[in-house]
Design a protein around this ligand. Structure first.
Ligand code: HEC
Length: 109
């Protein structure tokens, strides 16, 4: 009985964490739209096809995704990116930043 209760509690905990993560990703998609990232990037069929972000969550680590947001100049230099106009850093509130990084990280191939 005790073990069953524990198992139920653990399952509920895991699904609550998954739901919180989903909410973050959804919010990140909203931030992406609000910040007009699609002017220079595409996801799926939408946006600027010169900068596809499909699969970027498999390609880049979370720390790099974050750094693109906060230090785009540094990342442009680090990756020798040549596409113009180059990306600028975004000074977003922490919640929005966390959400958009979670959204990018969810774009897996
Ligand atoms: C003015 C154009 C511009 C805007 C607006 C812009 N970016 Fe970028 N971004 C770039 C360029 C240029 C690069 C360098 C890589 C490339 O050529 O796509 C880049 C790189 C990236 C990368 C790394 C891609 C990779 O494949 O390594 C991510 C992630 C990214 N941007 C996310 C965003 C997000 C999220 C937003 C909105 C908050 C945004 N960008 C807005 C121009 C832009």
């Amino acid at each position: 009985m005790r073990a069953t209760m524990m198992a139920v509690a653990i399952c509920l905990g895991v699904s609550a964490a998954a739901a919180a993560q989903d909410a973050k990703v959804t919010k990140g998609a909203e931030v992406y739209a609000a910040q007009k990232c699609a002017l220079c990037h595409s996801i799926g069929d939408k946006g600027n096809k010169k900068g596809p972000l499909d699969g970027v969550g498999s390609k880049l680590k979370e720390a790099d995704l974050r750094q693109w947001m906060t230090d785009a100049k540094g990342m442009t230099a680090k990756t020798s990116a040549t596409r113009k106009p180059e990306m600028k850093s975004y000074a977003l509130p922490k919640d929005d930043l966390d959400a958009i990084v979670a959204y990018m990280a969810s774009l897996k191939k």
